[in-house]
Design a protein around this ligand. Structure first.
Ligand code: ATP
Ligand code: MG
Length: 409
């Protein structure tokens, strides 16, 4: 794709009213535009990143047999009244009849009554990727805390608690994989009531100074738990209770969570099925969330330098950034060749200075930059520069396609 055709322009100036790194870099790079506190438009290259993240999530959820559906954002007030959640502060009320969806138990549970009738229909798990609306009081961390944001929410239904527990563990593994594929190391933290509560609840957290939470974690075995910032600030990290190694303490952001709903919503909506003996039983439910747009903001917080974003290969808006310095014909040839091989190429054909092109390229953060100039063409080569590395190198034109293939293998 030609950069000159792009509807989006990079912007030297960071937004004045957004302190977070993700909001600054994503706005300057032309990925998003802030419309109001916690509300963003996704521009062409930003949407490409978001869609790649969604694709990873979809693949991992489908792999644990969750079926994708799409529920409405406009949820009738009666549904919320049935669970007593109609007056929760976080809900945006549109008028007397609806509350915008800030969670979807109130739709998914009555909906499932249509086709969960017997033990033979269980277990079943449904998920959606939807826009959620929450009147968050502190919406000033860019994509980390939106008032309108993208969430993956999944819900599972089981005959009994044991079956739920088995599925819960499968989803936990799928979550580790999802975040890893998006380039992030995640930690599973026991949340809520902990071991004294009968209900299971875990958060998946990623270490970043931009996070609102603090965790103690063991880099040897991966064990992690919540830390209360103020109380523990002066205390030295203790030993890991699982393996005895030193515990570290860092700020983190919650990118997902999984929890036990027990029969709270099945009860509220009178969801019942018949078991093997024909007895009516109340299905046991689990719930599984991922902050889709928050994940995008978290990736930027985790991967950037003073010049811009450094996207992991799996979620980058494009795979190769070709910069032509007055060598458009050669550059176009390489672009065509790479596109034929299935690579996503952004071609900077703009009439801009080399300095501006390089600065924009660093800001946008595509993992690989190929510069074609008079100087490189003289030597039948290109300049190969990985965004995550400092040095550039010369690569013969004849080898560049194969080298890109192995870079992305
Ligand atoms: P938090 O404690 O951060 O407010 P939560 O406990 O409200 O999160 P859930 O309601 O279970 O979280 O939502 C599921 C996931 O959606 C969270 O793990 C988080 O990654 C994401 N999320 C929650 N609130 C927001 C928000 N305002 N903006 C962006 N993502 C969010
Ligand atoms: Mg919340």
């Amino acid at each position: 794709m030609k950069q000159s055709f792009f509807a989006v322009k990079t912007d030297k100036n960071a937004p004045h009213d957004e302190g977070s790194i993700n909001a600054q870099l994503l706005t300057r790079g032309g990925f998003v535009k802030k419309e109001s506190a916690g509300v963003f438009s996704f521009l062409p290259i930003g949407l490409r990143v978001l869609q790649k993240i969604k694709r990873i999530i979809r693949e991992e959820m489908n792999a644990v047999d969750m079926q994708e559906i799409l529920m409405p954002a406009l949820i009738p007030k009666e549904n919320w009244q049935q669970t007593g959640r109609d007056n929760v502060d976080i809900g945006f009320k549109t008028d007397r009849n609806y509350i915008l969806g800030w969670s979807h138990e109130e739709i998914v549970t009555p909906l499932s009554k249509l086709y969960i009738n017997s033990y033979k229909d269980l277990p079943v798990a449904l998920y959606q990727i939807q826009t959620k609306f929450r009147n968050e009081p502190r919406a000033k961390s860019g994509l980390l805390r939106g008032r309108e944001f993208s969430m993956k929410d999944g819900y599972s239904f089981h005959l009994d608690r044991e079956d739920f527990q088995k599925y819960y563990d499968r989803v936990a593994e799928a979550y580790f994989k999802t975040f890893e594929r998006a380039g992030l190391k995640s930690y599973k933290i026991e949340a809520g009531g902990g071991e004294f509560s009968k209900l299971m609840s875990h958060e998946f957290a990623v270490i970043t100074p931009a996070g609102e939470d603090v965790m103690l974690y063991c880099s040897a075995c991966g064990f992690a738990r919540n830390a209360e910032l103020r109380e523990n600030e002066k205390e030295e990290p203790k030993k890991c209770e699982k393996c005895g190694s030193e515990l570290k303490k860092d700020k983190c952001v919650e990118v997902g969570n999984i929890f036990d709903l027990a029969t709270k919503y099945s009860d509220a909506f009178n969801l019942k099925i018949s078991d093997k003996d024909g007895k009516q039983v109340v299905p046991y439910m689990g719930c599984y969330g991922i902050g889709v747009s928050r994940l995008m903001g978290t990736i930027v917080e985790a991967f950037h330098d003073e010049n811009g974003i450094i996207w992991p290969k799996t979620v980058a808006p494009f795979q190769v950034h070709i910069i032509s310095l007055n060598q458009d014909e050669e550059a176009k040839k390489l672009e065509k060749e790479l596109e034929k091989e299935g690579f996503e190429v952004l071609f900077d054909d703009r009439d801009e200075s080399a300095g501006k092109k390089f600065a924009d390229s660093d800001l946008i953060g595509i993992p690989l930059r190929i510069v074609i100039s008079g100087r490189t063409i003289e030597k039948n080569s290109v300049e190969w520069k990985e965004r995550a590395k400092n040095e550039a190198e010369n690569t013969p034109l004849s080898e560049v396609v194969n080298k890109i293939k192995s870079f992305y293998a």
